[in-house]
Design a protein around this ligand. Structure first.
Ligand SMILES: [Zn+2]
Length: 396
């Protein structure tokens, strides 16, 4: 095919992209699941649909199975919801039309994640035709991924059907490395307490902005403390460090209302990234201790609230299926593709939490503008993902 889509792939992808399935509005879910179901059936797969109908909103999950009678079942995890197009006028190509230009396909969700749905089904279709698969593939096509997975993948694994497998591939990741883990997050805010008053009388009030400067200066030291926390897992290519490391960033500063009012309060949000091996509770303890020290050091009255804590996840790089998957990628794409863990978070935790070893791989290249304007997918990346899934099923 020379990196181009065949007729069937193109029409399947077109049907998916033309439906605006943004998870804010949860619209066109039924229509989109119907398109996925019909195309999976055409490909020769067994299809089941699981819908929690939570809040009386249809949120169908499509599960398509290639059953070879093997003892090994591999789950392929994808999603059909998208993030909203945003300012549609600002798109060069209409977001809910499929536009093919040379080696690229444009449209909202084309890479994240509808192109990957098509790549999975197409790989399974070819495996049926060749009879060469040594595993059963079970493809999960879910809604609500962009809003955390509730009633989507979470429902499939932990709710209704409690789907299980021996290995999972989250086909919602980039093509330049095989991901075997992701960072955790501890996020929250620091509040600096001063007293509010007329700016003509600064001597009479405690200016919360002025107080926050030395406190935040001390908090900068926490970046170095986090930097010293190092994972056993490699960082993605292009990272400043060889292995994944702990991070701390202050991300929002809110204070003051008017030029002539001394602010009585300043709120500083932060985002602390955890290596997959870390326990968020332990990190919270260390952060609180450091924060108390910074307060004592600067005589500033402040408090700290944790608003979110998410555990990272990882899979043993020496697991047999991980090694086979990596070899399949090296054979089908390039011998230079490494194994690494993600600096951000991703959906692998749904599988590892129930003991299923997991990797992530897909078409989402850094330049794809997924979540941005003029999202696109490289057709050669589509081809790679398809090849990898075929190769893996034959090698397993
Ligand atoms: Zn995605």
């Amino acid at each position: 095919m020379g990196g181009l889509l065949d007729k069937w792939e193109e029409s399947f992808l077109r049907e998916l992209v033309e439906l605006d399935t943004n998870s804010d509005e949860k619209k066109n879910y039924v229509e989109c699941a119907e398109v996925a179901k019909r195309n999976c059936e055409e490909a020769g797969l067994g299809v089941e649909v699981f819908d929690s109908k939570h809040d009386n909103i249809p949120q169908p999950n499509v599960v398509a199975t290639l059953d070879t009678g093997s003892k090994t079942t591999v789950l392929l995890c994808t999603h059909y919801d998208v993030v909203p197009a945003g300012d549609e006028e600002a798109w060069k190509y209409p977001p809910f039309k499929l536009t093919l230009k040379k080696d690229r396909a444009f449209g909202r969700g084309v890479s994240d994640n509808k192109g990957n749905v098509v790549a999975c089904v197409s790989a399974m279709k070819q495996l049926i035709e060749s009879g060469g698969s040594k595993v059963n593939y079970k493809l999960l096509v879910s809604p609500n991924e962009e809003i955390g997975g509730a009633w989507g993948i979470d429902y499939l694994i932990n709710g209704g059907p409690k789907i299980r497998g021996d290995f999972a591939v989250v086909v919602d990741s980039g093509p330049s490395y095989v991901s075997i883990g992701a960072s955790g997050v501890l996020a929250g805010k620091m509040t600096v307490h001063g007293t509010q008053g007329h700016a003509g009388y600064p001597f009479a009030y405690n200016n919360a902005i002025h107080l926050s400067i030395p406190l935040l200066g001390e908090m900068l030291g926490y970046i170095d403390i986090r930097r010293k926390v190092e994972s056993s897992l490699p960082a993605p290519p292009g990272s400043p460090h060889r292995n994944l490391w702990g991070r701390f960033s202050m991300t929002v500063f809110k204070a003051g209302t008017k030029t002539n009012v001394i602010p009585g309060k300043a709120e500083i949000s932060f985002d602390c990234r955890l290596i997959p091996e870390e326990d968020p509770k332990e990190v919270e303890k260390s952060l609180r201790e450091y924060f108390e020290g910074a307060k004592t050091e600067t005589f500033v009255d402040a408090s700290l609230d944790i608003l979110m804590n998410v555990h990272g996840w990882h899979t043993n790089p020496d697991h047999a299926h991980v090694k086979t998957f990596h070899s399949a990628v090296q054979a089908a794409v390039s011998p230079d593709i490494p194994i690494a863990a993600d600096l951000g978070g991703n959906d692998g935790h749904f599988f590892t939490e129930v003991g299923i070893p997991t990797v992530c791989y897909g078409t989402l290249a850094d330049d794809n503008n997924y979540h941005g304007l003029d999202e696109f997918m490289w057709l050669h990346d589509f081809e790679k993902v398809k090849k990898v899934l075929i190769q893996f099923a034959e090698m397993c």
